[in-house]
Design a protein around this ligand. Structure first.
Ligand SMILES: [Mg+2]
Length: 387
């Protein structure tokens, strides 16, 4: 069997363009889907897929690891999140082909399911210009939290901290803490709450904020500072009494090594569409297992990324919980054939061959590429802030 073509299908889905990757073979009707979505770098990823396809046309797609090694080694310049996202999309598609060819779900090829169901967590939103974190009041978080629980979710994540100053005022921090307090009161102690700081804060500000939250028993505190500042993450982890999580912006097992060696976080969050695909997520998960650290793959992307993440989840013993997006665009389910129903608190073991998903390309083509929404962020004095 040979790879005959690698194509991208870009689907504009409000916050981001989904970069769907289709790997075609010389076997009639046998192809695989992957996802390489990397918002604001969409054209770069599409180009990186084209660059990598030069290496892979003519290769046997069933030799997934061999193809991964070719993508990683055969060009002098390697690494970087754009290149790794392209590699990730292709890697997922190769696993999809391999599963379809033998009639087995990908998680079966990864050693078989290690659990019967996978817990999902919801996202309350806040990633858009109209998001609550810019305009809303603490009460709006509690309302969204109750809606999420009513849908069957037992865990959710939100972003109550606005674009932050290097050191934030008590007024801002107390308002964000009030949002957390109201969410906890609204959903009770049996629902898990995760906060994403989006690395808007310095480690010092994150610790200040975290100390206001000790009574609310957070499930995790995500990206409290820049993820490449491993020692700063160690500071936050040692200073606060709840688990710290990071990893969505790190790629390849090498970028996770120091994080694990220093026990800088309690949970790692590689993204299966950025970190190097299913193959690399598996390796990163195994590295984390060595340190008794659980993994929970980041996944705000489209349906192929979700399917790939869940196959890793079902085959990885130290997998904690899976992020899903259910309400980004109303036609989300229309472009998908098969796949997982993520509008609920958990999903059961997949049984369909490959990733168990296909794309309705006719519907997908109705939503062509558009520029992503710009998210300029500035401090009060006009200097540039982290978004
Ligand atoms: Mg995050």
């Amino acid at each position: 069997m040979k790879i005959t073509a690698i194509r991208t299908l870009v689907v504009h889905a409000r916050m981001r363009n989904w970069v769907l990757v289709k790997v075609e073979t010389d076997q009639p009707g046998l192809y695989g889907w992957g996802e390489a979505t990397l918002e604001w770098k969409t054209k770069g990823v599409v180009g990186a897929v084209q660059d990598l396809s030069v290496l892979l046309i003519g290769q046997d797609p069933r030799r997934v690891e061999h193809c991964w090694q070719i993508m990683h080694h055969q060009y002098f310049w390697r690494g970087g999140i754009t290149n790794y996202s392209a590699m990730s999309g292709i890697d997922q598609a190769l696993w999809d082909i391999k599963g379809k060819e033998v009639g087995k779900p990908v998680c079966e090829l990864l050693g078989g399911p290690v659990r019967d169901s996978m817990r999902l967590y919801d996202h309350l939103g806040g990633g858009s210009l109209e998001g609550m974190y810019r305009t809303g009041e603490p009460e709006s978080f509690a309302e969204l939290a109750k809606e999420s629980v009513a849908r069957g979710f037992t865990a959710f994540k939100c972003m109550p901290v606005p674009i932050a100053e290097y050191i934030e005022s008590p007024a801002v921090l107390k308002k964000a803490a009030r949002a957390v307090e109201l969410m906890r009161l609204a959903v009770g102690d049996s629902v898990d709450i995760m906060l994403d700081l989006h690395a808007r804060t310095t480690s010092a500000a994150a610790i200040q904020f975290g100390r206001l939250l000790v009574d609310y028993n957070l499930y995790w505190f995500e990206e409290p500072c820049w993820p490449e500042h491993i020692d700063a993450l160690v500071e936050v982890s040692r200073a606060l009494p709840f688990p710290i999580a990071t990893g969505e912006r790190l790629v390849g097992r090498w970028e996770f090594r120091e994080l694990l060696e220093k026990r800088a976080v309690a949970i790692i969050q590689p993204d299966v569409s950025h970190c190097g695909g299913i193959s690399e997520a598996r390796r990163i998960g195994a590295m984390a297992e060595t340190y008794s650290i659980p993994m929970a793959c980041h996944n705000p992307q489209g349906p192929v990324s979700t399917a790939s993440s869940l196959h890793v989840a079902f085959a990885t013993p130290n997998y904690l919980i899976q992020e899903v997006v259910r309400a980004d665009v109303p036609w989300r389910d229309e472009i998908v054939i098969g796949g997982f129903n993520v509008n609920q608190g958990s999903v059961s073991t997949p049984t369909a061959p490959g990733l168990g998903i296909d794309i309705n390309e006719t519907v997908a083509l109705k939503h062509p590429w558009e520029p992503e929404v710009m998210m300029p962020a500035f401090h009060k004095d006009g200097s540039v802030a982290d978004w």
